[in-house]
Design a protein around this ligand. Structure first.
Ligand code: THU
Length: 157
């Protein structure tokens, strides 16, 4: 039997955003790309999230001369948030790259796996927003949309 997985997402432009909270999170995330430590790739990535308290928390990628030691903006941010705000829900996360690209950059595989773990743990969907410098916004209603057929803790029960 043939089966299919369909990925649902929205695409729109920054200028069409009416949600002030989303705009604020995007603006704040854009600024934070200056905090990336990426001397090797020169690929400055930032991520910003909103907690259910309304607080915004941000992170950036941090590279290392021993390349595999480097950490992506998303996982850097999630580690910090899960450790420092263990009892708060993450409601949305924005990912941004300070580079003239025609399309928004999606989180890498490791980051998708991490996002899914956090979302399952908190039992509340995290909106994932990817933002490109040209104003293109892609929004998914859940991080699990980006990693269908994921491996998760239920297999270890
Ligand atoms: N990077 C991120 O921070 N997030 C992603 O989703 C993709 C890649 C970083 C890792 C590395 O510092 C640089 O971008 C180039 O791969």
């Amino acid at each position: 039997m043939q089966k299919k997985i369909i990925i649902d997402y929205e695409e729109f432009n920054y200028d069409d955003i009416t949600d002030a909270e989303l705009k604020e999170l995007i603006d704040s995330t854009i600024k934070f790309a200056d905090n990336a430590y990426a001397p090797y790739s020169k690929f400055h990535v930032s991520a910003g999230l909103r907690l259910d308290s309304g607080k915004i928390v941000k992170g950036a990628n941090m590279e290392n001369a021993s390349y595999p030691v480097s950490i992506c903006a998303e996982r850097n941010l999630l580690s910090h948030t899960v450790s420092n705000y263990p009892n708060q829900l993450i409601t949305m996360i924005v990912v941004y790259v300070d580079k003239d690209l025609k399309v928004p950059v999606p989180p890498c595989g490791l980051c998708r796996q991490t996002l899914v773990e956090v979302e399952i743990r908190q039992k509340y969907p995290i909106q994932l927003i990817m933002y490109a410098k040209n104003g293109t916004v892609i929004r998914l209603n859940s991080c699990q949309t980006l990693l269908p057929w994921a491996f998760d803790g239920s297999f270890l029960d």
